[in-house]
Design a protein around this ligand. Structure first.
Ligand SMILES: *[C@@H]1O[C@H](CO)[C@@H](O)[C@H](O)[C@H]1NC(C)=O
Ligand SMILES: *[C@@H]1O[C@H](CO)[C@@H](O)[C@H](O)[C@H]1NC(C)=O
Ligand SMILES: *[C@@H]1O[C@H](CO)[C@@H](O)[C@H](O)[C@H]1NC(C)=O
Ligand SMILES: *[C@@H]1O[C@H](CO)[C@@H](O)[C@H](O)[C@H]1NC(C)=O
Ligand SMILES: *[C@@H]1O[C@H](CO)[C@@H](O)[C@H](O)[C@H]1NC(C)=O
Ligand SMILES: *[C@@H]1O[C@H](CO)[C@@H](O)[C@H](O)[C@H]1NC(C)=O
Ligand SMILES: *[C@@H]1O[C@H](CO)[C@@H](O)[C@H](O)[C@H]1NC(C)=O
Length: 758
């Protein structure tokens, strides 16, 4: 054997050794799907789940994803890293009883104990054809050792399956962290379960999982209260008595008969819960506080979820309080349920799901404060505290004193819908899923029919650019807030892409309207997350406005609005609006006429808003709809010049200024110019005439829109831009002015509009 050969041989021996050792050290309790050679470790997870009547998952890598599916990288960002995944294509083709797929941990002989275990993992979901991704707790009704051999089940199996976590929001292929606390009284397995959406059988879709880890005890600050209060502690000092742990109320007419988890499924052994005992020696108004450990700052908001049982005719109030660790003695009420709020049927022995968004720039603590109503007649109980990443509307409705939270499940939470005439369609309604309308976004544990807000773009009584407005309560805020919500925009006519727009408008005092968020003509694969910052101010409202395109079939859905104190960036990024943006749907936005040549008594000599049939040689650019929706200047036989002036643009910001322009009627003297106006000095940036663009490409064609683009480098002071139209026997039109601040390239377009030529 030559020296080289030997070297090669030693390397491969080494590789085999590595493969064996990593394959054995990778266990489902701590699994990152390590790769050795071409093999991805399956961590002793059970991929062959045919015995459960479902199809298997498989292991994969990013660099194989193009052909077999799955995300392009693993959770560490590596294309060579491994993960487990399942594709909807396999589910649709399956001959198994259920067209869904499972991946299973081997069975675990020991119970989790009363404090439970924490399962954490990363997941990525993409594709319209995916309906949901769930975690299922499988409890065995027989001794699983009898049917489990060498890592496979030999069946037949009798199990009790409980869904303990559900996700429906696609991540666009990006990895997201997830964690959940669970308890199991005996031997169990955990299944990673995916279900397809049969409406989209021709689309691809997948769920992938990486970095699975099981640890003893609850996740972080979660608590199931089965044996103790976990990391939550009874306050010492500022209250009157303590929360206790209960398993089943021993009193008539108050307290829960079972804990929360077992109340949903009586096959589950009942666990514990926390409660306040309102019996002797308690008096009306006594409070008990349960305080969290110190919680970390939140880079993204958190949703705290918990369950309450308010059994008894004399229950008091319960509040969730926030306190910054910098100022621990100052608590702020962020959520409250009180006896007379009328939204929940108090008094019965039922567990109610509750939730609230929490966001904090400081370390902080949360406190549950319950008070005694009528002594002995109202033991408030609390169970199953969990935390999820992301904002959530307050539940039950009205439990948060803010102006915006709503999941539209039971009503509109103070958001005002326009009056609907009976018998006709309405452009704006609260609807449930139907044959025509997709399901809403709200996930609820009680199987209540979900409802959401729908802008119907197909209502026959409306015309293009008609608007419908959903209006918030009046509010005053002294710190920036973030309004988050979910949007669904869709049209069923593939040929008509310009079908409508959704805007969020901040209406400040004195009738001033600022569009702060807008998405238009954008089809989406399901519900999409959106957020927009709301600046402090007094006496304001927010309106959510749907604008109709000329299309006859389409809808815009809005659901799950949550408002919380925090400064945030606009999401999705393309919904960002600059104050000088204008689509000229119903007027000039913040544009004005500068230095009108002909004086105010001759308004038709200046830039004008096109509506109805004021100018019908041209459809607007925004929606390709007839009857106006842009601004124009024209002349029959007089030299006219008029300037359209932008609102002030910020100093120290580099903009890319873009717009659409059109020229109609032959006019050799027609000139369109764009100037920047800084410190009372005008500077020509862009100029076009009919030598650059034809008035009308051919006599029988529609007038065409052309695209213009100008880079505006940053200035030391605020400045304006104005567009000057000059005509004699022709005309100019302008539409869809949009400014971008985050672009690296912004060449002058068309190049022939360079002012150097003139
Ligand atoms: C999966 O397991 C079943 C028995 O449970 C077996 O019949 C089948 O051959 C296995 N399939 C694969 C691909 O290993
Ligand atoms: C399971 O329980 C047994 C006995 O209670 C204990 O010895 C063993 O360490 C436990 N195994 C695990 C993985 O916790
Ligand atoms: C399990 O492994 C043992 C020993 O390797 C073997 O005798 C037995 O047949 C295997 N059982 C099954 C169901 O594969
Ligand atoms: C209430 O709980 C605190 C903290 O655990 C404890 O110090 C105190 O003794 C308890 N009070 C009563 C009356 O049990
Ligand atoms: C708290 O958050 C910071 C920033 O996100 C992070 O670096 C740190 O590890 C977190 N601390 C804990 C205890 O989780
Ligand atoms: C908070 O209140 C306690 C008791 O009233 C007091 O001892 C402590 O100094 C206060 N802490 C701060 C930061 O004010
Ligand atoms: C403008 O930007 C520069 C560099 O980005 C920065 O140093 C300066 O402080 C900014 N000025 C103002 C007034 O924001």
């Amino acid at each position: 054997m030559g020296k080289k050969m030997w070297h090669h041989c030693r390397l491969s021996l080494f590789a085999i050794f590595l493969w064996i050792s990593s394959a054995t050290s990778q266990d489902f309790n701590d699994c990152s799907f390590d790769v050795a050679g071409d093999t991805v470790s399956s961590c002793n997870l059970i991929m062959n789940t045919t015995i459960f009547g479902v199809i298997p998952w498989m292991t994969g890598k990013g660099d194989g994803a193009y052909f077999i599916g799955g995300p392009p990288v693993d959770n560490s960002g590596s294309a060579a890293g491994g993960y487990a995944f399942t594709s909807t294509t396999d589910m649709f083709m399956a001959t198994s009883f259920h067209k869904k797929s499972w991946m299973l941990t081997g069975f675990v002989t020991n119970s989790t104990g009363a404090t439970g275990r924490c399962l954490s993992f990363a997941y990525a979901m993409d594709g319209l054809s995916l309906s949901s991704f769930k975690i299922v707790l499988i409890s065995y009704k027989q001794d699983p050792e009898e049917i489990y051999e060498n890592g496979t089940f030999t069946g037949p199996i009798q199990t009790q399956n409980t869904v303990i976590w559900t996700q429906r929001d696609l991540t666009g292929g990006k990895w997201k962290p997830a964690k959940l606390t669970f308890t199991a009284p005996g031997a169990y397995s955990i299944a990673f379960a995916a279900e397809p959406n049969f409406q989209y059988e021709r689309n691809r879709g997948y769920v992938a999982v990486d970095d699975i880890k099981f640890t003893d005890g609850p996740c972080g600050n979660e608590c199931l209260f089965d044996s103790n209060t976990c990391s939550w502690e009874n306050d010492e000092g500022s209250d009157d008595f303590n929360w206790s742990i209960g398993r089943s109320s021993s009193k008539r007419g108050t307290g829960p008969s079972r804990d929360q988890a077992s109340s949903l499924d009586v096959a589950i052994t009942t666990g514990g819960y926390a409660f306040i005992d309102s019996g002797y020696p308690r008096r009306t108004g006594d409070t008990a506080r349960l305080v969290s450990s110190v919680l970390n700052t939140t880079s993204k908001p958190l949703c705290i979820k918990f369950w309450l049982n308010m059994h008894g005719g004399g229950v008091g109030d319960i509040r969730l309080l926030y306190a910054s660790d910098n100022n621990p003695n100052v608590t702020q009420e962020i959520w409250k349920l009180w006896k007379d709020d009328g939204t929940t049927s108090f008094g019965t022995d039922s567990w109610y799901p509750c939730q609230q968004t929490v966001s904090s720039d400081d370390l902080f603590r949360l406190t549950f404060e319950a008070s005694v109503g009528f002594p002995g007649a109202g033991d408030i109980a609390l169970d199953t505290i969990t935390f999820a990443e992301g904002s959530c509307p307050s539940v039950p409705p009205g439990s948060n004193t803010g102006w915006g939270d709503c999941n539209f499940l039971h009503g509109t939470c103070g958001w005002e819908l326009p009056h609907k005439d009976t018998g006709s369609c309405s452009m704006l309604e609260r609807v449930a899923e139907s044959a025509y309308d997709p399901p809403g976004h709200t996930w609820n544990d009680l199987d209540i029919v979900d409802m959401y807000i729908k802008f119907d773009l197909g209502c026959y009584i409306n015309q293009a650019r008609d608007k419908a407005v959903l209006k918030s309560k009046l509010f005053t805020i002294d710190a920036p807030q973030c309004m988050s919500f979910w949007v669904f925009m869709t049209t069923t006519l593939a040929t008509q892409t310009k079908f409508g727009a959704l805007s969020v408008v901040l209406n400040t005092g004195a009738g001033k309207k600022n569009i702060i968020w807008r998405l238009q003509n954008e089809q989406q694969a399901g519900w999409t997350y959106a957020q927009v910052p709301v600046a402090p101010g007094t006496g304001m409202t927010v309106t959510i406005e749907g604008t109709k395109g000329p299309n006859l079939i389409g809808m815009i859905g809005v659901d799950d609005i949550a408002v919380y104190t925090s400064d945030c960036q606009v999401e999705p990024p393309q919904a960002r609006v600059e104050n000088a943006d204008c689509t000229f749907d119903d007027g000039f936005c913040q544009y004005t006429i500068r230095n009108p040549d002909q004086g105010t008594d001759a308004p038709t000599s200046n830039w004008r808003f096109a509506y109805g049939d004021t100018l019908n040689v041209l459809r607007d650019h925004t929606f390709e709809a007839d009857f106006g929706g842009f601004v124009f200047i024209d002349s029959v036989n007089t030299d006219l010049k008029s300037q359209l002036r932008s609102p002030k643009l910020s100093k120290n910001v580099t903009y890319c200024f873009t717009f659409y322009y059109a020229s109609f009627y032959s006019d050799s003297g027609a000139v369109l110019s764009v100037f920047r106006y800084v410190n009372e000095r005008s500077e020509l940036l862009w100029r076009a005439n009919q030598a650059i663009i034809p008035a009308r490409p051919a006599e029988d064609q529609q007038v065409k829109w052309y695209y213009g683009q100008i880079a505006l480098e940053d200035q030391a002071t605020e400045f304006e831009v104005y567009i000057e139209g000059q005509v004699r026997v022709g005309g100019w039109a302008i539409d869809d002015i949009k400014l971008f601040t985050d672009v690296t390239e912004c060449e002058l377009r068309p190049p022939a509009a360079s002012p150097v030529r003139f």
